[in-house]
Design a protein around this ligand. Structure first.
Ligand code: UT7
Length: 322
């Protein structure tokens, strides 16, 4: 089986920021509530920049760092809840903007686990010699699917994009990959488009309801149970002990979830990278943005685990060596 490693990362964010104090002018909330319950202080919000534009900016930085030609990219996988169009896919639009004419490009739907699921596809495609160089992106403009009148959800989310390039390598750096799902519509959902058949003219008042819906407490319970499990599963696959992990990049949803996960699995909290104070939860973009920002702290040979969880429900992890 071929070896695989990450050869470049990049990230992008809109220029506009929205602070907790600014949000408190829109809904009945406060900086104190948001900070103490989530750790979020501010988030980036699109002022017109699209999912494709953010993704292309992140991808260009990753390509530059990897020192490859776009023509070498033979697969583009995009995790997103918020493509600009349902067809063509975000991946095909990004392919066109980059001029990556040799790639097979497609989106996957795995919500906040999108980057982990996409990375699994990339790693397996390279391992079985179906691809040599794969661009994986998580990109979101969640501000267009957030109900800005609902304080339960609107304080949580932000916009951005992150990208990573996986390439074949003589030395394998991917030590473990794990994913799992459990169909559950009640915890976290998004209608997005009318689901009834327009031809039959059925009317359903929910058809106009296209905002993200979340049972926060249920998702919180789910997150604190699967986050430690994700770490255990990849350690098991790599036959490694938890003490050998140097950095954890957990989906940036809530600081309390990170602290609970650290406690449950007995990893020092200082090993958990955090940038959710300035980004909020950017769904599929959260892990690749965090990876891009955390990499300056990594030393060669260190072991890093990426952990995602979200709508679906979906969850998963990747353990790799830097
Ligand atoms: O990427 C997808 C993954 N998503 C997540 O990981 C989210 C997981 N869930 C969470 O992070 C937390 O459940 C939340 C941050 C969403 C909520 O925190 P919580 O401690 O679970 O609060 P709660 O939902 O139990 O609400 C407590 C109170 C309620 O008031 P009452 O019923 O006790 O009077 C809410 O109405 O806080 C109220 N509340 C707010 N108050 C001020 C809810 N949202 C707000 C708000 N500002 N923004």
């Amino acid at each position: 089986m071929r070896g695989v490693k990450i050869i470049g990362t990049g990230s992008a964010r809109p220029n506009k920021t929205l602070t907790n104090d600014e949000l408190a002018k829109l809904v009945d909330t406060s900086d104190e509530w948001i900070t103490s319950r989530t750790g979020i202080k501010s988030r980036y919000i699109s002022d017109g920049v699209s999912t494709t534009q953010l993704a292309v900016e992140a991808a260009k930085k990753a390509i530059e760092e990897a020192k490859i030609s776009v023509l070498e990219i033979d697969m583009i996988v995009v995790g997103t809840l918020t493509p600009d169009l349902l067809m063509p896919s975000a991946a095909c639009m990004i392919q066109s903007a980059l001029g990556a004419v040799n790639a097979t490009a497609f989106d996957i739907s795995a919500a906040c686990s999108g980057f982990i699921y996409g990375s699994k596809i990339a790693i397996n495609a390279i391992r079985c010699e179906d691809a040599k160089t794969v661009l994986v992106i998580g990109a979101e403009v969640l501000s267009k699917i957030v109900d800005w009148k609902d304080r339960n959800t609107c304080v949580l989310f932000g916009d951005g994009a992150g990208a990573a390039i996986y390439q074949e390598s003589e030395e394998n750096k991917i030590l473990g990959v794990y994913t799992q799902s459990e169909g559950n519509v009640k915890a976290l959902s998004l209608n997005g488009i009318p689901l009834s058949n327009c031809f039959l003219q059925t009317t359903n008042e929910n058809d106009t309801d296209f905002y993200i819906k979340m049972d926060g407490r249920e998702v919180y319970k789910f997150a604190i149970s699967v986050a430690p499990l994700c770490i255990e599963k990849v350690l098991e696959k790599a036959n490694m002990d938890v003490s050998e992990i140097d950095h954890v990049i957990l989906h940036q949803a809530n600081e309390r979830i990170m602290d609970m996960a650290a406690k449950k699995i007995d990893i020092d909290q200082s090993k958990f990278f955090k940038n959710l104070d300035s980004y909020g939860n950017t769904s599929a973009a959260s892990i690749p943005i965090a990876l891009d920002e955390a990499k300056s702290e990594f030393k060669p040979g260190e072991k890093i685990v990426l952990v995602g969880f979200g709508g679906g429900l979906t969850w998963g992890s990747i353990l790799f060596e830097w």
